[in-house]
Design a binder for this molecule. Sequence first.
Ligand code: EPZ
Length: 417
Amino acid sequence: MDTYVVSGGNVLEGELVVQGSKNSALPIIASTILTGTTVILYNCPNISDTINLQNILRLLGNKITYENHKLVVDSSSCDINEIPANLMKEMRSSIILMGAILARTGRVVVSYPGGCEIGTRPIDLHLYGLQKLGANIIENHGYIICEASRLKGSEISLDFPSVGATENIMLAATLADGVTIIRNAAREPEIVELQNFLNLCGANIKGAGTSTVKIKGVPKLHEADYTVKSDRIVAGTYLCAAAMNKGKLCLKNVVIDNIWSIIHKLQETGCECRIINNDEIYIKAPKKLKAVKMIKTLPYPGFPTDMQSQMVTMLSIASGTSIVIENIFENRYKYIPELTKMGAEITIEGKAAIVKGVDKLNGATVEARELRGGASLVLAGLAADGYTKIEGTKYIERGYEDFTENLKRIGAKIDKE
Ligand code: EPZ
């Protein structure tokens, strides 16, 4: 298993440019097949999730080139509508292709993407939305067959503001007959980016970023060029790394408006955060971090679940006890036993993690099992005494581009073996 080896205790100083957003790029890449022509995406992050999605698009008949963060998709010959089960398992977020393939070809066959290390990850809201748009859905032997000769606009209320379900419905409704209204839609910045991209291609979507998204179906889309905005979770991860390591870090290419909930929690721990222009942030860590009273993960604009493990890890060396409540995924504390091996004192009670800050962490051999928890173990290693080995780098490389190179650039001692 590929491993990162980290020698802890170095102060992190310098500046980094934040990569393009994984969770914006994935649905936008999926949506390119709606156009039936050529689309160019700039600042598309070079991470295994986007590479895997490109490979699935190639399998579906699309012509793809990707170089220096520039992705070109020619979907004129996208005529296959079945995603192989092994690829669905490998990357569950390819479920986002359902709405686009259905809208483009009138049929889509996928297997259940299955759960992952952070939860069961059901797709009932995705299927409910597609059914409301007129899809006939048959499920058997783990496969889902969706068919619709013509998708028709509908009013859809989501029981939960699911990001993926909102995106899938937006994609299926873009070329449907009539108007679709999604109520209790997810409000994440990635939804706004998807709307902006689709409208650039000639779609007619309004309301992204609010709980009500209105999609007026259009007959067809046309080509477009789009630059993916930067990744708010990767930005938050580097900010936490600096906060834990007496850092002085300047992050460039940041969408400040997308990370206020993270900035405010960092300030509560005693970090000085200064906004430079509207796309740069400077963080200076205190000598000793302070505990925070409470962090609750919530749908946007609440505190993001994807930053939960990084914050818990940072608070594990703060002075005092912090309480973190994970409200979005039912199994997102799997990294905590690994942190405990390094000396962290964290108890889990239901949805809550009670984090009793310790003086320092000690290096150990730990295992990454999912993306954000894995990145958090690297952060722990950077702050720990001695050496830490983080096994399972493939999880981390799903979402962090040039992770070790970037950390080295700001003073970390980390290598891959
Ligand atoms: C997206 O996942 C992100 N992934 C996740 O980021 C992120 O944690 C999540 O949104 C929440 O912000 C991508 O964008 C590729 P959801 P998604 O549907 O769409 C329940 C990362 O680390 N639910 O908003 O799968 C679900 O079980 C990843 O980058 C249903 O019950 O998230 C969960 O409890 C991890 N039925 C909650 O909603 C459904 O049909 C939130 O899920 C769908 C979801």
